[in-house]
Structure formats: C-alpha cells, structure tokens
Design a protein around this ligand. Structure first.
Ligand code: FPP
Ligand code: MG
Length: 295
C-alpha cells in the first residue's frame, strides 16, 4: 500500500503546485479497499500499482466533494479538507485530483479509460440521487439499492473489471464480484454509522439520519414499526443522547442491525459465487474483512 501512496505523491508533485501539495498533506490514507481488490485480481506489478493510484485518487476526489455536499467536518480521523481549507479549495482540489487521475488513466487504453470514466459519471449521478432521496424520508428499498449501486458500487465494479482486463481474465465475472462487494460495502458503512462511534469511524457517527439519509437499517426499522412516527419524528433532527439511546433501543428491539448485516452478507456471498471458479483466497478475505470491519 505504501508503493501506491508513493505513486500518488509523484502524481501530485507533477502538478508543480505548492498549494496542492500542502492541502494534500493533511489527508490521511484510507483503507484502500479498491487497491486491495485490484492487486488481488491483476497481481503485484507496476501496471497494477499505477491503476490502484489512479483509482484511489478518483476515490479521494469523490470524498472531497462528498464532504462538501454533506458538510462533514471529519474524515479519516482528521479535519476534512473543506473544514480545514474551506469549501472553495476543497472543491478545486477534488477537480485537480480527478483530472490528474484521468490524464494518467489515458495510458491504460480506450477500454479501461472509458470504463473508469463512465463509472465516475455514475458516481456523480449516485451522489445526486443521494441528495434527492435525502429531501424526504425514503422507505423504498429499491431506490436505496439503485442509489448505493451508483454512489459506491460502480467504482468498485469498474476497478475489479479493469484489473481483470489487465490480467486477461473473464472481466464479466469480476464485474459481478465488484458490484456485489460494493453494495455490501455501502450497507456495512450504513450499519456502522448507527452501531459505531466517532473515534472508531474517524468520521461523525449517527449522522446519516440527521443528513436525511434513510439507509437500509432505517428502511427496515420503518417496516417493523407499528407506529412509524417513532422514527419519522427523528428524521433530519440533531438528536440528543437520550433520543439517540431510544432510537438505538428500537433498532435492537426489532433486530434491525442483524437483519441489515445479513443482507450485506448475502451480497458478499453473491460476489463470491461469481468468481468461485478462480479459487482466489485473497478475494474471499476481502469480503470477510469488509463485512466484519469496525470502521
Ligand atoms: C460517500 O458517501 C460518497 C461517495 C462514495 C461518492 C461521492 C461521489 C461524488 C461526490 C461525485 C464524484 C466526483 C468526482 C470529482 C470524482 P457517504 O456520504 O454515504 O459516505 P461517508 O459517510 O463516508 O461520507
Ligand atoms: Mg458523506
């Protein structure tokens, strides 16, 4: 993973701009799920490392913009770029990361470049869907699934598929793997927002519902409650500790987090089924670690 960070640093130095380097220094490195995925498919070689660096830079760009959209103050346990350097700078840094990533991506040829570029359009469409769905409480699971597919799964799907193309493997099986891994990943993220705390997550906890995001556990709780107002009264509210505790009690009473985790696990199993013929232990481990992670 260090090798990938070094390539990213090289990309940023190419830009010859101290402001970019200074702001970038404040960003902590992440879990690098997409890189682990790529290296597990196309192996450890210079080409794979470079593809990882490109995808991580795109992912970073999307997080910079997402933290502006969500007005998030914390990311990876540190102040978000928008909070430390202001929205205007964070917006531009995201644009710079994305365009540099794309300029490097062109070297991978038309098929992979187009695949990744198309996935970024969908990523932005997913974020738009997220903004739209956050206006009112959403109880429709299929709209939620469509949104998280675009917002999160599409780039993971494109990463897996591109790595398979690099390694001359059957890219459609890996696409299916990446898609289902991505869906499960976002479901776990949405569960952790409720079950974990700010210190473990490195970002605000219990913030989704306050931001208007009716994620999978909230949809399931809505379905389980006779009196829906128990939940709807809390929508978009900045809850105090007593209100948070009473909401958590409702989740526990109805076994909602277990039910949501089971759903994530079923997508994880779907992912594994798609590539079972390859007998790749690393890809099994990625699913297991992703499901059982704490941040
Ligand atoms: C996190 O969602 C956000 C994403 C996974 C994608 C956001 C995509 C964009 C802003 C558009 C892409 C733009 C460029 C320049 C590439 P979340 O808010 O649910 O997760 P969080 O809790 O980690 O913030
Ligand atoms: Mg966010």
């Amino acid at each position: 993973m260090q090798k990938i960070d070094e390539i990213i640093q090289g990309f940023l130095r190419d830009l010859n701009c101290d402001i970019v380097l200074n702001m970038s220094k404040s960003i902590k490195t992440g879990k690098k799920l997409r890189s682990k995925l790529i290296l597990s498919i196309s192996g450890e070689n210079e080409e794979s490392y470079k593809l990882c660096a490109i995808i991580e830079l795109i992912h970073l760009a999307s997080l910079l913009h997402d933290d502006i959209v969500d007005d998030a103050k914390l990311r990876r346990g540190a102040r978000s770029v928008n909070s430390e350097f202001g929205t205007k700078n964070a917006l531009m840094l995201g644009d710079i990361f994305y365009s540099k990533a794309f300029s490097e991506l062109v070297g991978f040829g038309k098929k992979i470049s187009q695949l990744i570029a198309d996935s970024v359009s969908k990523l932005a469409i997913g974020e738009l869907m997220d903004i739209e769905l956050s206006k009112n409480f959403n109880a429709d699971k299929s709209l939620y699934l469509d949104m998280i597919y675009n917002k999160t799964a599409v780039l993971i799907e494109a990463s897996a598929r591109s790595a398979a193309i690099l390694a001359s493997l059957d890219d459609l099986s890996f696409r299916e793997y990446g898609k289902n891994l991505g869906l499960a990943f976002q479901m776990i993220d949405d569960i952790l927002d409720i079950s974990s705390d700010e210190k473990t997550l490195g970002k605000a906890a219990m913030s989704d519902f306050k931001e208007g995001k009716s994620t999978l556990p909230y949809i399931y709780l809505y379905e389980a409650l006779d009196d829906k107002n128990i939940l709807l009264d809390f929508f978009k509210k900045d809850l105090n500790d007593i209100e948070k505790k009473s909401l958590l009690d409702e989740f526990n009473k109805h076994g909602i987090l277990e039910k949501s985790k089971k759903e994530a696990l079923s997508y994880g199993n779907k992912a594994l089924k798609a590539i079972e013929k390859y007998n790749n232990k690393k890809l099994n481990d990625i699913i297991e670690n992703m499901i059982n992670r704490s941040f």
